[in-house]
Ligand binder design. Structure first.
Ligand code: MN3
Length: 210
């Protein structure tokens, strides 16, 4: 089985003004495509595992043959992370029609809103903790809201393209803080990118991952 670049569920300019069209296009057609291509190239060397779902390969990364383990971690993780990332964002107009966005602080209602309040005390406290975690990642990586194996929700970070699945955690919400995700518009101001990103979180989609 060959992996393919999934289509974006919206136009490149749909997340303007928060995330610019050029960044989205390069991020999708160049960066994500490269992860797909290099994952396929790695798996070609081991056809015996090529049909196992990517999620399983990441959960059992130690079971991946040593000569392609790093490639599967980096490019398989990259493909999984980005495939997860695109749909959990949406244009404001779509989001307003989606029903789950509510509170004046931009917090979601619904099951996701309740779960965040229960775990973090309030949406504002969750948002602060997630934003801080994302801002403090040294170098390239991702901030996550994950569901641990015991069912609890937590904010975590991963380096490079490591997937939470490698730690047996299920991604619920994720934010790419590699510079390629924001450098054209926000330059080195990662905090401004994080602040803008909250405007395009697609809460109805996030809730599906709870
Ligand atoms: Mn990226």
């Amino acid at each position: 089985m060959k992996y393919e670049l999934p289509a974006l569920p919206y136009a490149y300019g749909a997340l303007e003004p928060w995330i610019d069209a050029r960044t989205m296009e390069i991020h999708h057609t160049k960066h994500h495509q490269t992860y797909v291509d290099k994952l396929n190239a790695a798996l070609e060397k081991h056809p015996e595992i090529a049909d196992r779902p990517l999620e399983e390969l990441l959960k059992d990364i130690d079971g991946v043959p040593g000569d392609i383990r790093t490639a599967v971690m980096n490019h398989g993780g990259g493909h999984a992370n980005h495939s997860f990332f695109w749909p959990i964002m949406a244009a404001t107009a779509v989001k307003e029609g989606g029903g789950a966005e509510a509170a004046a602080d931009g917090g979601p209602g619904g099951e996701i809103g309740k779960a965040l309040e229960k775990t973090f005390g309030s949406f504002a406290q969750f948002k602060e903790q997630f934003s801080k975690t994302a801002a403090e990642i040294f170098g390239s990586g991702w901030a996550w809201l994950v569901r641990a194996e015991d069912g609890t929700l937590a904010v975590t970070a991963t380096a490079n393209q490591d997937s939470p699945l490698m730690r047996r955690e299920k991604p619920v919400l994720g934010l790419d803080v590699w510079e390629h995700a924001y450098y054209l518009k926000h330059q080195s101001d990662r905090k401004a990118y994080i602040a803008d990103w909250w405007h395009v979180v697609n809460w109805p989609e996030v809730e599906k991952h709870l």
